[in-house]
Design a binder for this molecule. Structure first.
Ligand code: C2O
Ligand code: CU
Ligand code: CU
Length: 426
């Protein structure tokens, strides 16, 4: 923490054509004209200033997902940057090292904007993490995972834009694609040494939930809010839209010449293929996964000043059906809650059908899922998957900044259909 100073970046939102499927041109709207946008490397305690230049024909907003950000730079959904205009977002990054991501957050249009390319990764590092022997450098790989659908000519298909029968239904549940992309490429192959790698997995999909597996062990070392207290070996990794997981895979368990496939076991259809690792060389490996990673201070719910309820359900809105929080659609002027700066609060989130719930400003810890404590020590999260008819209690503390923020469903179509609420830290 506290190295001071500022790093400057420029992100120009513009239309471009890229090759995603072999031999076809895909029109996108991307940061810097790429999909995904550039991975931003940042340091805890050092400001990152991002100048957003909007060269698209429509207003946009930038949000740093997982960022502990003052309200004027958090990308409130109505805080728009007009076409042809630019704006500087300042991220103080007074927060732990973590795998974050940035994306468009325009009210009513986040789904199609992200689908067409406005998303990228943002890695925050700190001294605590660098003192650990975890794989680093070439062996620390950000992987942005999302699904997309394409027309035969390579154009991205987004159902709300087509207006064919069944579109409303496809849109209601959230838009799913039939091709999984990793860093913008379908079923890519990464050449690796027979050594440990740290993979920073980010589910940037509009609506798809993944269960990722290689057929061998993966060691999860981090989540949305940075390092876990201790590593956890898993065979499968579930990631809802918006969630991240840092895992270490030890490719020395395989022979040079072998391939390891990362697959998605959730959902139906041909969407199982995610990516491949080709072990193509021996290499010396000094990395390790230590048994203790970090100190994660448990937030004490008995110190909570307030308990609030947020019900995520469908309901009628504007004469049709929409997605609502506490029975109301998003209204940027109405504050659903006014937590006090410095207070600990417990939020009780309930669902009708599954919703990945994301809270801006401060990370939280999950206290219970349907009344049961989650296994293992607490971890910091910013997005939690509510499955069908669940109650999830989270505890959080409002720190550093007063002002307006949002919480919302990170199924981006649900978010666009108004499953979002504003709160103001006072
Ligand atoms: Cu990833 Cu409010 O968003
Ligand atoms: Cu966010
Ligand atoms: Cu939802």
């Amino acid at each position: 923490r506290g190295t001071g100073g500022t790093d400057f970046y420029e992100l120009t939102e513009r239309a471009a054509e890229v090759e995603v499927l072999p031999g076809l041109r895909t029109p996108i709207q991307g940061y810097g004209g790429t999909f995904p946008g550039p991975t931003i490397q940042a340091r805890s305690g050092r400001r990152t200033a991002v100048k957003l230049i909007n060269q698209l024909g429509e207003p946009t907003v930038l949000h740093l997902h997982g960022g502990h950000t003052p309200p004027e730079s958090d990308g409130f959904p109505t805080d728009l940057v007009a076409p042809g205009a630019s704006r500087e977002y300042v991220f103080p990054l007074e927060q732990r090292a973590a795998t974050l991501w940035y994306h468009d957050h325009t009210m009513d249009y986040t789904g199609p904007r992200v689908w067409r390319g406005l998303a990228g990764m943002f890695v925050v590092r700190d001294a605590e993490e660098e003192a650990l022997p975890l794989p680093s450098g070439e062996r620390d790989v950000p992987l942005l995972i999302c699904d997309r659908s394409f027309a035969a000519d390579g154009t991205l298909l987004y159902p709300a834009l087509g207006g064919r029968p069944g579109v409303r239904e496809a849109y209601m549940g959230g838009v799913l694609g039939d091709v999984i992309l990793v860093n913008g490429a379908p079923w890519p192959e990464l050449r690796v040494a027979n050594a440990r790698y740290r993979l920073r997995l980010c589910n940037a999909s509009n609506a798809r939930v993944y269960e990722l597996a290689t057929g061998g062990p993966m060691v999860r070392v981090g989540g949305d809010g940075g390092l876990l207290a201790a590593p956890r070996t898993v065979e499968r990794l579930r990631l809802a839209p918006g969630e991240r997981a840092d895992v270490v895979i030890d490719f020395s368990a395989y022979r040079v010449g072998q391939r390891v496939e990362l697959r998605n076991l959730a959902g139906e259809g041909a969407q199982g293929r995610v990516m491949r690792f080709a072990i193509d060389r021996p290499e010396r490996d000094d990395s390790a996964v230590p048994p203790r990673l970090s100190a994660v201070e448990p937030l004490d719910p008995s110190r909570a000043k307030v308990t609030r309820d947020f019900a995520f359900t469908s309901g009628s809105m504007h004469g049709g059906v929409g997605w609502l929080i506490n029975g109301r659609p998003f209204d940027s002027e109405r504050m659903e809650a006014r937590p006090r700066l410095g207070d600990i609060e417990v939020w009780r989130l309930t669902s009708d059908v599954a919703h990945p719930v994301h809270v801006h400003l401060d990370h939280f810890q999950v206290l219970s899922v349907n009344g049961e404590r989650p296994s293992g020590p607490p971890e910091w999260k910013d997005t939690v998957e509510l499955r069908d008819a669940q109650t999830v209690e989270i505890v959080t503390r409002f720190t550093d900044y007063r002002g307006r923020y949002v919480l919302h469903c990170h199924n981006l179509e649900h978010e666009d259909m108004a499953m979002m609420a504003a709160f103001e830290v006072v």
